[in-house]
Ligand binder design. Structure first.
Ligand code: ZN
Length: 330
């Protein structure tokens, strides 16, 4: 009997021990869980506060940019000539090196009286950079069919097909402009010597192939590019001395941004901005990768004509659109 009673007590003790053990492990588990949750909550709170601060800073900088632009507008009663930078960030990368450049940097500084005057016919200059390529031929076909002249800022290519395209551009009444021979940012913007050599190379080459010496240029990445290691005013001074006029743009189709716009969206980008100006210089590209630009061209021309715009090639009478004004460089 005693034996039975003793073993019963032992079993009870054992059971109690097991229960205590289980309790302890449940409490430990809950403790760890609460600790981890607390750490997570604290981390998330800290991150949220940091993000809120960032947002505040961003909001403040947007407001200050808007104020600067507004002040400029009031001063000149015009609009910033590079609206492009405020709406979309434009990159003018493509051929050769793939450096993204932005034209938005000086938006608030350079203002021209170019806002739309009522009753005035809008002038729209379609420009194509980085050709020639097989897309240049397609674009020339469309322009011919629509009886429209445009401007091509070309790079240097020495194959026969490219030579024929330079000639076609000139023969069909378009304006042939320069866009640098190599289009290699790191080479041409290395020094004034490298830049002037490249420009001279392209100018004499095009003169030899077409019989026309081009006197207009578009800087790769625009005059406001953020890629050049050399101060752009050195190159601007050089072009001024050479009597070469450079043209940036105030309307960007967006065909060189990282976003893959559809042809309809390219048209929309252009139409949204063209309505603001009496003179619009539209940035597009005719390098081989820009098939959507070719597709966008017919609807773009039709919509521009429907709004009564005049589509013109750049000539000596064209009001230059310059992100850094040429006359600001002494
Ligand atoms: Zn280019």
């Amino acid at each position: 009997m005693e034996d039975k009673a003793a073993s019963g007590i032992r079993q009870q003790q054992l059971r109690r021990k097991r229960i205590n053990k289980m309790k302890a492990s449940i409490i430990t588990g809950m403790g760890i869980w609460i600790l981890i949750s607390t750490i997570l909550i604290v981390t998330l709170l800290v991150k949220m506060i940091l993000l809120e601060n960032e947002l505040d800073k961003l909001a403040a900088s947007v407001i200050s940019v808007e104020q600067v632009v507004e002040n400029q507008n009031q001063k000149s009663a015009g609009s910033p000539e590079e609206n492009a930078g405020t709406s979309n960030t434009i990159s003018e990368n493509d051929v050769g090196t793939d450096i993204q450049t932005s034209d938005g940097s000086t938006a608030a500084e350079n203002v021209q009286d170019n806002s739309l005057t009522e009753g005035e016919k809008q002038k729209v200059y379609l420009t194509f950079d980085d050709g020639p390529s097989e897309n240049t031929a397609k674009i020339l076909d469309i322009l011919k069919e629509k009886n429209i002249k445009a401007t091509f800022f070309v790079i240097g290519k020495e194959d026969d097909a490219s030579k024929a395209l330079y000639q076609r551009i000139v023969e069909e009444g378009h304006t042939l402009g320069m866009h640098s021979f190599s289009h290699k940012y790191n080479v041409i913007y290395e020094s004034l010597e490298a830049f002037s050599e490249d420009v001279h190379h392209l100018q004499s080459y095009l003169a030899e192939v077409t019989g026309v010496t081009p006197m207009i240029m578009r800087f790769p990445g625009g005059s406001s590019n953020q890629v050049s290691n050399t101060d752009m005013s050195e190159f601007i001074r050089y072009l001024n001395e050479q009597g070469i006029t450079y043209y940036d743009w105030n309307v960007a189709s967006g065909d060189a941004t990282s976003q893959a716009y559809t042809p309809d969206e390219l048209v929309e980008n252009v139409m949204n901005d063209v309505v603001k100006y009496d003179t619009s210089i539209v940035l597009m590209h005719d390098s081989s990768a820009k098939g959507t630009t070719v597709e966008a061209l017919v609807p773009m021309i039709e919509q521009l004509q429907a709004m009564g715009a005049e589509l013109l090639p750049i000539d000596e009478n064209t009001k230059p659109i310059q992100h850094i004004p040429a006359d600001s460089v002494e």
